[in-house]
Design a protein around this ligand. Structure first.
Ligand code: ZN
Ligand code: ZN
Length: 359
């Protein structure tokens, strides 16, 4: 749909404007995912220097041609051993600089401190603050990634049979997503069955699928850089009374939390909506993680929906809603959707069935 180059100058303008709030003349962006967000430039050695008047894409010989063809409106700058990023920063004449303190290394900081002829301060997650609200291009990417996740779950529902190994199912799942256009995975796929499903982030093993197993699939793929994330469960054979009961509690908690997501709501309150239902049925101690997290270029980003989350939801935020109940030695259930926060309510991007599916 959208042309990314249409959105990049606006992102750069907003990031550069933040330097006034920081009280600095320049901002150095070095975290690769933030460089990609601002410029769609992917390399293993790149910086963006925002000075407002002119903004620069700084890289070495290997990437300079790509930098010259980049469509974000940044001025390309070539660095090498005799003209380093520090030399370039000094050559611009800026006297104060904000850096991404969570990203730069101690050795980079030492060198910058000794060579830069000005004051240095923290940029304080400047780009992350912009990334928390998705623009139309990003929303479109997230929708396409999540739609591919739905297709993959359809595939799993048909494909998975008793006797298959968790590892082999994970491989087929990944092959399915890659062969239909995913660039890669959002994270290592979780395929856990039977007693192993009580591990919220268990890794696929040699274990074979058996009758009576709950299987949890938590997986995601990347489309145009953006992550999908969803969790569904399949049950092999007849469910026990407890399996059916626990599944229905998680489903009720998940749908109540989805109802609660809306602009202006507090992240902790959304978490509480799901948690209170699970507690009411007596399983509170078996829901030991937060309700959800932001998703975008990274699989885990702001905001966090958890008991301690203090973010107020705003339109354009993309968050997961994923309550679960994990009974050690027995089984676990989690249901996860990715949603876009709207002025009123939210748009659920995953459309896969949430009824108890028996295979
Ligand atoms: Zn997930
Ligand atoms: Zn998740």
């Amino acid at each position: 749909m959208n042309n990314l180059n249409f959105f990049l100058p606006e992102r750069i303008r907003k990031a550069a404007a933040e330097k006034y709030a920081l009280g600095v003349e320049g901002v150095l962006i070095s975290k690769p995912v933030n460089v990609v967000y601002l410029s769609d430039f992917k390399s293993s050695n790149c910086y963006i220097l925002l000075t407002g008047k002119e903004n620069f894409l700084i890289t070495d010989f290997r990437y300079i041609e790509a930098a010259e063809n980049n469509g974000a409106g940044l001025t390309p700058v070539k660095i090498d051993r005799s003209f380093t990023v520090f030399d370039f920063i000094n050559s611009t004449g800026i006297r104060s600089l904000a850096v991404e303190e969570e990203e730069i290394t101690y050795s980079f900081f030492k060198e910058l401190s000794s060579k830069f002829r000005g004051t240095i301060k923290s940029a304080g997650g400047l780009t992350e603050k912009l990334r928390i609200i998705k623009d139309d291009y990003e929303m479109d990417c997230l929708k396409r990634a999540e739609a591919l996740g739905d297709e993959a779950f359809d595939f799993l529902t048909d494909f998975v049979k008793e006797g298959m190994r968790e590892k082999d199912i994970a491989f087929e799942l990944e092959y399915f997503m890659r062969s239909r256009g995913a660039e890669g995975l959002s994270f290592d796929s979780i395929v856990v069955s039977g007693k192993r499903s009580s591990m919220p982030h268990g890794m696929p093993s040699e274990k074979k699928i058996e009758k009576g197993d709950f299987i949890t699939f938590d997986f995601g793929c990347r489309v145009d850089g953006y992550c999908s994330d969803m969790t569904r469960n399949l049950l092999v054979g007849e469910p026990s009374k407890e399996q059916e009961k626990v599944y229905n509690i998680v489903k009720e908690a998940q749908s109540a939390a989805l109802e609660a997501v809306s602009s202006g709501k507090n992240a902790a309150d959304i978490d509480m909506t799901a948690r209170d239902i699970i507690k009411y049925y007596g399983y509170g101690e078996y829901f030991g993680h937060g309700l959800g997290h932001g998703v975008g270029l990274e699989i885990h980003e702001a905001p966090t929906l958890s008991p301690g989350g203090n973010e107020i939801l705003k339109p354009g935020m993309a968050v997961t809603v994923e309550p679960g109940i994990y009974l050690p030695g027995k089984f676990g259930v989690r249901i996860e959707d990715l949603v876009l926060v709207k002025e009123t309510g939210c748009e659920v991007l995953s459309s896969s069935n949430k009824e108890l599916i028996i295979i």
